[in-house]
Write a protein of this length. Structure first.
Lengths: 192, 192
DNA sequence: TACCGCATGTAAACGGTTACATGATTAC
DNA sequence: GTAATCATGTAACCGTTTACATGCGGTA
């Protein structure tokens, strides 16, 4: 099954919040399963195994009384370094939404500047796409078919909404209240 | 690999608009490459080969003068039937955004009722997700970490925007002007 | 000369899902 | 008694991307 790649970093990030079992990881993500496609156990467990092999996590088997025994994974120092390196490299210009969201979920592990950079990077990408959609929308001379027109409108509506959210959030980050929390959050977990 | 979005059906749908080569298909999709992940040639060409084997499309090799020869694919009657069956079955409740968008792009091949049903089905799914996000947002007692809060807000903003667009579009469909166009569009291509 | 756009194609690797197996405990 | 939740794991399969190969014509 080769080596799972991107999901491994994400798991690493989740483990910085607290040591967890594979089952826990899946459960903690379920509320966001519309945004992120929650990985199946068939990819989750093997990923944990390879992380363990690579020394990026450690296990502790906790024999639950009257429950099945659970394997609690904790991130190691080596794992923190790998995670840090991954978080610092910017998302590829044509990356999927998921790549953006994984880092957003782990936002607590970014410095204030890191979070701002992440949101601004996304902002640039969405703005570019919005522009591209607008251009194709104006350049199509009415004769284009219904489906394409609807889809273009859909894309524009979502891009605009996302830009609004990004601007809102970036604005809040400029205010002291949220900034303070960013500082607290990142110092509590992983200082970048 | 994500969820099987069945690129074959989508290609079939695009070919109803006009006969095209594999290269054309890719080019025609490029303007939407933010919404749909445009399939690579490595999946596009083999898909066309299997469609040809199954008799759902036909080829005509057009030797371009001073250009490389092009293979123009046309959908067959059998292909139309397969496409029709696919378009009529509703999208799975946990399907990806791509599954919704593929059918939206091919909206011209849906009857007026089919398009409305498609949008209403999506509406129900997004509304359900919005509700779920709101519930987790209210049930988290302030102590939840920054990343999760941001992601929740992001999801809610996008879900709300999508619901607005869906309601807008459904409202327009109720008006005669657009409805007439749906009728024209579907009769011109594939009567469902 | 070298590279880009056009145009088609193939093989290997990849990153995942599905389906299955196991087994204990609680709830209807 | 049987279904559901908890909990871990494996193997087969799947659709797709990546990287490569080919070749022609225009352009910097």
């Amino acid at each position: 099954m080769a080596k799972p790649a991107s999901i491994r970093h994400f798991i690493l990030g989740l483990l910085t919040q607290e040591p967890m079992s594979g089952y826990d990881i899946k459960r903690s993500l379920n509320s966001l399963n519309w945004l992120i496609e929650v990985p199946s156990f068939g990819s989750l467990y093997p990923a944990l195994h390879t992380l363990l092999e690579d020394g990026l996590v450690t296990v502790e088997v906790v024999p639950g009384q009257d429950r099945p025994p659970r394997k609690i994974y904790s991130i190691t120092e080596a794992g923190r370094q790998v995670l840090q390196a991954w978080m610092q490299q910017p998302v590829a210009p044509n990356a999927s939404l998921k790549a953006f969201l994984m880092r957003l979920i782990l936002a607590g592990h970014l410095s204030g500047d890191g979070l701002r950079a992440h949101l601004e990077g996304r902002r640039a990408q969405v703005a570019a796409q919005q522009l591209a959609l607008e251009q194709t929308a104006t350049s199509m001379n009415g004769s284009t078919n219904l489906g394409e027109r609807l889809t273009l409108g859909y894309g524009l509506a979502l891009a605009t909404a996302e830009l609004n959210w990004l601007d809102d959030t970036l604005g809040q980050l400029a205010q002291p209240s949220l900034s303070a929390e960013v500082a607290r959050s990142s110092s509590a977990a992983l200082v970048v």
